[in-house]
Design a protein around this ligand. Structure first.
Ligand SMILES: [Mg+2]
Length: 373
């Protein structure tokens, strides 16, 4: 299973609505959402597809940097090598694009890792999860994402989440900190009983996070995600001692090393597992297993990947037995993507099909339609 070709497709996918976090807009309908699809072809003509979703508002990787790295540095490295050796290829990618504080350009590498898994699983005629000796069948519950600076809009979204059968909401705060509690109270009032995840995306300093955390505890929030800056593990540990609501780390945890640091410093109760952030399925699986073995909880999330990345992530989250609704919400924002057949997605859940690989078929016609530059 020698890798014969690597195609990299920068895409601007049409959006139904814009998406903002405390750092700013991560997608805008006027320009489309930046996604990168990677197609690996082996010498027998079998293919594997992977995806990543860069956002310069969330990390330093951009659509342009991902494409340039994959085309000019990673592709020459992969050509002629055996696809089955995912661990070896990952080590080579990490040597070739050296890291800063954590692995360099994990989002770009994640698309290759996903495509390698897809290629191997398709050759073996098993779902991705079959590579980890799991069935790859079952349901994964999704959370309903609410990202708005308006309490009235938040209330309308909360009602929609309940009506559509979602079991959890994921509310972004810090867009307008003065309105945060009003927004959260509106959500709680209109969607009581749903798993209530609140994500600040690093918006607070420690005193503000303590104040907000105490209010979240009174409101009955289930988890307070990434209140402080990514590098501030000691601040999160101190916050954890001062408030009763569980703390999850997302932007702080990109690698197995980050996961171990968070555990040693007792900086969180949970970590957020994300395939693209953690350099692909291999890295995300290892982070999840380390956290789980240490007694931490796991949350699942994504970077608004399309249905290709969503399907790969859902298989990993099912394998890791993540029970809380996961934040895989690309289709929430995208009007279309290049996937033409996909596991069943409705009523706030994805039902894994057990089909080979990611379970997705990619349309070259749509790849051509949405290719950017
Ligand atoms: Mg998050």
């Amino acid at each position: 299973m020698i890798i014969k070709d690597v195609d990299v497709y920068p895409l601007r996918l049409p959006m139904k609505q814009s998406f903002a976090i405390s750092g700013g807009k991560v997608g805008d309908p006027s320009s489309g959402a930046p996604h990168v699809y990677v197609k690996l072809t082996d010498e027998a003509g079998h293919v594997g597809w992977g995806e990543c979703r860069p956002s310069h508002r969330w990390s330093y990787e951009t659509l342009e940097s991902v494409v340039s790295t994959l085309r000019h540095y990673i592709k020459p490295l992969l050509l002629g090598q055996p696809a089955e050796d995912v661990q070896g290829l990952t080590a080579q990618m990490n040597r070739h694009i050296a890291g800063g504080q954590s692995a360099g350009q994990p989002i770009a590498k994640a698309a290759v890792d996903m495509a390698l898994h897809d290629l191997i699983a398709r050759r073996r005629q098993v779902p991705l999860a079959g590579l980890w000796l799991s069935s790859g069948q079952g349901a994964v519950n999704l959370s309903y994402l609410i990202s708005t600076a308006s309490p009235d809009e938040a209330a309308a979204h909360a009602m929609a989440a309940k009506e559509q059968g979602y079991l959890g909401v994921d509310v972004k705060i810090g867009l307008n900190p003065a309105k945060d509690m009003e927004i959260l109270e509106a959500v709680k009032q209109h969607a009581p009983g749903l798993f209530f995840r609140v994500d600040a995306n690093q918006a607070y300093d420690l005193p503000a996070a303590v104040r907000t955390g105490k209010a979240l505890e009174r409101l009955g929030v289930d988890v307070f995600e990434q209140p402080l800056a990514a590098g501030n593990l000691l601040g999160h540990a101190e916050l954890r001692r001062k408030i009763g609501v569980p703390i999850a780390l997302d932007e702080s945890v990109w690698s197995p090393g980050d996961t171990l640091q968070a555990i040693r410093l007792e900086a969180c109760d949970m970590i957020v597992v994300k395939v693209t952030k953690m350099g692909g399925l291999s890295g995300a699986k290892l982070c999840g297993e380390i956290a789980k073995a240490s007694g931490l909880g796991l949350l699942g999330g994504g970077l608004t990947e399309s249905r290709l990345g969503l399907s790969a992530s859902a298989q990993l989250f099912h394998h890791l037995q993540i029970r809380t609704p996961v934040d895989l919400n690309g289709p929430f924002f995208l009007a279309d993507d290049p996937v033409e057949s996909f596991p069943d997605l409705q009523d706030g859940a994805i039902r894994l099909s057990g089909r080979p690989g990611t379970g997705c078929d990619v349309s070259m016609h749509k790849i051509d339609r949405y290719t950017y530059a």
